[in-house]
Design a protein around this ligand. Structure first.
Ligand code: GLN
Length: 268
């Protein structure tokens, strides 16, 4: 098979409601890095008009951040058959990247600073609570070392180095993990709650993080991991990804490590 015969369908959760801080860049990065390898790419919005069948048809799911009000609209819409389809996809290893408000809605619930607790999908064993509008938001640059066992191992195999992610966080909610594995440990910034040193969560092949940036252009090897995992899941065989020249992204990462005085072990 040549690469044009491989197709990747990206499901984009509520593009109009959940795209704060440039999170749409995650969709573009997956799209472009797939197209540069000549894979065929489709993007499907998974919004109010989408059906459970639409959710079932996608190979990668991307969800961005949202303000509390938009997040509530989404959490109320993503119920019933659509919620079941999401659960089934993530339980069965469909890869995805979920930023900020999205992991909150994949957890058991989100308690906004004002107003009622909103039920989430309960796919990730975590809860998120905003301590109130007078509490300081968690804002600033974020660097984490990926520690989720499978992901850390696979990223290391791909890059030959310890995986560090660079990003930017801006959230009021504080997340506490239950039995789900953390995505990583905070090297710089606040992460899930500013207390326990954890950042994000990793479940099957779903990456949940507070890292905007957007995440993938700053950490392109994670986009490649998502593409590779999606292709392997779909075609049941490993498909080679040709290398892409990422010099500028690597330089940007190095500049950030330097600026934040972050010591990385053997990173690139
Ligand atoms: N509403 C959530 C919070 O403030 C998420 C914010 C975001 O997605 N940037 O915690």
């Amino acid at each position: 098979m040549n690469n044009q015969q491989y197709e990747l369908i990206i499901g984009w959760l509520y593009p109009k409601l959940m795209s704060t801080y440039g999170d749409r860049g995650n969709v573009t990065t997956i799209q472009r890095r797939s197209q540069w390898r000549e894979f065929d790419v489709k993007i499907i919005p998974l919004d109010q008009a989408a059906t459970a069948e639409d959710i079932k048809s996608v190979d990668i799911i991307v969800g961005g951040g949202a303000q509390d009000r938009q997040q509530e609209i989404v959490m109320r819409d993503l119920q019933g058959a659509k919620a079941d389809a999401m659960r089934e996809k993530l339980d069965h290893g469909t890869p995805g990247v979920f930023t900020c408000g999205s992991p909150q809605l994949l957890g058991h619930y989100y308690e906004p600073g004002a107003g009622q607790r909103i039920d989430g999908l309960g796919i990730l064993d975590l809860v998120s609570i905003h301590p109130g509008e007078n509490t300081k938001r968690c804002i600033g640059n974020l660097v984490i070392e990926v520690t989720a066992t499978k992901l850390a191992r696979e990223l290391k195999e791909m890059t030959g180095t310890t995986p560090y992610l660079v990003g930017f966080e801006n959230h009021g909610g504080r997340t506490k993990l239950g039995k789900v594995e953390a995505l990583g440990k905070v090297v710089y910034g606040l992460g899930n709650n500013g207390e326990d040193g954890t950042e994000g969560a990793f479940y099957q092949n779903a990456i949940a993080t507070y890292s905007h940036g957007p995440l993938l252009p700053k950490n392109p090897f994670v986009a490649d991991w998502l593409i590779q995992t999606a292709l392997r899941q779909k075609y049941q065989q490993p498909i080679h990804l040709s290398p892409i020249e990422d010099k500028l992204a690597i330089q940007a990462r190095e500049a950030m490590f330097k600026r934040l005085k972050v010591e990385t072990i053997n990173s690139r």
